[in-house]
Ligand binder design. Structure first.
Ligand code: OGA
Ligand code: MN
Length: 297
C-alpha cells in the first residue's frame, strides 16, 4: 500500500507487544516502520521502549532515509562524534561494519562498543536512545546484549542505594578509545578536545517513568569522581558486573531486517565477537537526550 504525505494509517491498534525476558526487551509486531506513523502509534512505541528498555522490530525494509525519518519521531538526531563513520548522503546515519573499501579502509566503526556502556554517556547530554538496523550479519556471533539498569538498581541493597546516590561517575571517551579501541586510527587532537571527561550521577532518574537506574558502565565510566582512581575503577567494574548478571540481560541474535531500539537512560549494552570471514553491516541513528539527573523518590 502507498500513502500520501499527509495520510497515515493508525497502527496503534495493530501493534502486538510481547515481552522477551522478565526484566528487559519486547518484540513489536504489526507495524511497517517505513510508513509514516500517526501520533498514537509513535506514543505506543515510546511507551513500550520506556517500559521495556529495548524494543525489537523484525523484517523491516528500511532505507537510510526511512531509518532516519522513523528515528526522528523520538527526538533530535545526532551523528557519531567521529564524522568519519557517518553516511555522506545521510549524515544522521552511522555505519557499523567490518567491511573495507577498495583502499582497504574500514567503511564504518568496527568492533564498536564491545565493553558494557550506554551510548554517548561521555557527553553532557548523552543519547536518549539508539536505533540499530541490520543489513547483513554473520550466521553466528555478533549478538548485541542489553542489560536492564532499572532491574540492577532494584536489586541493590538499601545501603548500596543510599551510598551510590551521592556519587558521580567520570565518563571519558579519549580514555575509552585508548584503552579499548587501539585497533583503530587514534583520535586526532581535535577529536580528543571535542570530548573531555564529564561527570554524571551514578544513579539516574528516568525522566519519563521516574524509575531509578544505575548509570555506570565499565566501557565508558573510567572511575568515580572524588575517589582514588583505582578504587573508583574497582567500584565501576563491580557495579558493571553486578548490573549485567544473566537475569538482567537480553541477548539479541540478529537477522537482516531487524531494527532494535534501546533506551540509553535505563539500559547498557555491548557488542560480541564474530568471525571476520562474515560480513557485518549495520546502520545506526542516535537520539539526543537530556542531561542526566538524580531525584530521590
Ligand atoms: C552501538 C553499539 C553494538 C553492536 O551501536 O552503539 O554498541 O552490536 N553496537 O554493534
Ligand atoms: Mn553502543
Amino acid at each position: 500500500m502507498t500513502f500520501g504525505k499527509t495520510t497515515c494509517r493508525n497502527f496503534e491498534n495493530d501493534l502486538k507487544i510481547t515481552k522477551l525476558t522478565e526484566h528487559i526487551g519486547a518484540n513489536i509486531e504489526g507495524v511497517d516502520l517505513s510508513d509514516p506513523l500517526d501520533e498514537a502509534t509513535v506514543l505506543a512505541i515510546k511507551e513500550a521502549l520506556e517500559q521495556n528498555g529495548v524494543v525489537v522490530f523484525r523484517n523491516q525494509a528500511l532505507s537510510p532515509v526511512a531509518h532516519r525519518d522513523f528515528s526522528a519521531n523520538f527526538g533530535p538526531l545526532v551523528g557519531h562524534v567521529l564524522n568519519r563513520f557517518n553516511m555522506e548522503e545521510c549524515p544522521e546515519v552511522t555505519i557499523l561494519s567490518n567491511a573495507v573499501n577498495d583502499k582497504g579502509e574500514k567503511i564504518g566503526a568496527d568492533r564498536a562498543g564491545m565493553i558494557w556502556h550506554s551510548d554517548m554517556s561521555f557527553v553532557k547530554r548523552p543519547s536518549l536512545g539508539s536505533l540499530l538496523y541490520c543489513v547483513e550479519c554473520p550466521p553466528v556471533g555478533a549478538d548485541t546484549q542489553f542489560a536492564s539498569m532499572f532491574a540492577a538498581y532494584d536489586a541493590l541493597s538499601t545501603e548500596g542505594k543510599v551510598r551510590l546516590a551521592s556519587l558521580k561517575g567520570v565518563h571519558d571517551y579519549p580514555w575509552h578509545y585508548r584503552t579499548y579501541l587501539s585497533h583503530r586510527t587514534p583520535l586526532t587532537t581535535e577529536e580528543e578536545a571535542k570530548t573531555p571527561p564529564v561527570l554524571h550521577p551514578v544513579i539516574r532518574t528516568h525522566p519519563s517513568t521516574e524509575r531509578q537506574a544505575l548509570y555506570v558502565g565499565e566501557g565508558l565510566t573510567r572511575t568515580i569522581d572524588g575517589m582514588d582512581e583505582e578504587e573508583g575503577r574497582k567500584l565501576v567494574v563491580e557495579l558493571s558486573n553486578f548490573a549485567t548478571q544473566p537475569q538482567f540481560v537480553y541477548s539479541h541474535k540478529w537477522q537482516p531486517g531487524d531494527l532494535v531500539f534501546w533506551d540509553n537512560r535505563s539500559t547498557m549494552h555491548r557488542a560480541t565477537e564474530f568471525d571476520d570471514k562474515y560480513l557485518r553491516l549495520m546502520r545506526r541513528t542516535t537520539i539526543l537526550g537530556d542531561e542526566p539527573f538524580y531525584h530521590p523518590n
